[in-house]
Ligand binder design. Structure first.
Ligand SMILES: Nc1ncnc2c1ncn2[C@@H]1O[C@H](COP(=O)(O)OP(=O)(O)OP(=O)(O)O)[C@@H](O)[C@H]1O
Ligand SMILES: [Mg+2]
Length: 241
């Protein structure tokens, strides 16, 4: 498959704050997400990972600062897709769930059959199309949610702790699909609590703490010479509060 055009990149946060009743959830975030291997967001509960991804998706507007996609402040035309922390499945078959996503992405109906089969195959669910989505295992549901996100044919794919409730085998199956997605040239931005996942997948790592970016560096630098006390503590497995 051809490399997707990366015109939505970089995603640039310039002093972005998101406030909830005057308290900052994101606090003057300065971050540039560029093309290349996955950008992995890590940080303790409540540090702002989900909010940062929602802002990148255009689902939350910054209270202050500027957010741009490929140099443009309106992200309306950006081909972005997000996989939420707790994806909701319709009480219907896997195929019906994907068809719904294709409809939402305005894909012409005549292409549905072929696209559904392609997407099921890409996420390793071929043969399971007729299974009720809510009867699928947690790992299968997560890959089905990924197929729905890919239905939009995104250039940027945002994943919010996609493997948080998966066992090692299901995590590996999911990460294999992510590697395929990355090979196709799709920019992946993923949040996780799992330092192992960061090591395996990341090109660069962003550590969030209390709504601030405390460290942003290549994955190798992050693990070999963390610069901040927060990063050292997080890597050492100490509780960062
Ligand atoms: N709409 C909102 N109104 C008020 N507070 C909010 C809102 N959205 C998020 N918050 C708060 O902002 C903080 C950051 O939340 P966020 O969900 O971004 O963190 P997170 O890093 O994704 O956490 P987790 O690891 O638990 O998923 C939390 O304290 C949360 O309660
Ligand atoms: Mg979250």
């Amino acid at each position: 498959m051809m490399r997707a055009p990366l015109s939505n990149l970089p995603i640039a946060f310039e002093e972005v704050s998101v406030l909830a009743s005057a308290a900052p959830i994101l606090d003057r975030v300065k971050l540039t997400i560029t093309a290349g291997p996955p950008t992995v967001l890590i940080g303790p509960n409540g540090s702002g990972k989900t909010t940062l991804l929602r802002a990148a998706m255009g689902l939350v507007s910054p209270s202050r600062g500027r957010l741009s996609w490929g140099g443009q402040e309106s992200g309306l035309f950006a081909k972005r897709a997000i996989l939420f922390q707790r994806p909701m499945m319709f009480r219907r078959s896997a195929v019906a769930n994907i068809r719904y996503a294709l409809k939402a992405a305005h894909i012409p109906r005549k292409h549905y059959g072929e696209r559904v089969q392609q997407l099921l195959q890409q996420v390793g669910l071929d043969g399971l199309g007729e299974r009720p989505a809510r009867r699928m295992s947690g790992g299968e549901q997560q890959r089905l949610a990924l197929a729905r996100a890919l239905a939009r044919d995104p250039t940027v794919l945002l994943l919010d702790e996609p493997t948080a409730s998966l066992d090692p085998a299901a995590t590996k199956a999911f990460e294999d699909v992510i590697r395929m997605v990355v090979k196709r040239g799709i920019k992946v931005v993923m949040s996780t609590h799992d330092l192992g996942a960061a090591r395996r997948l990341a090109g660069d790592v962003v550590l969030l703490h209390r709504g601030r970016v405390v460290e942003h560096t290549s994955v190798s630098a992050f693990f070999s010479c963390p610069q901040t006390l927060e990063a050292k503590a997080f890597i050492a497995g100490e509780l960062l509060v």
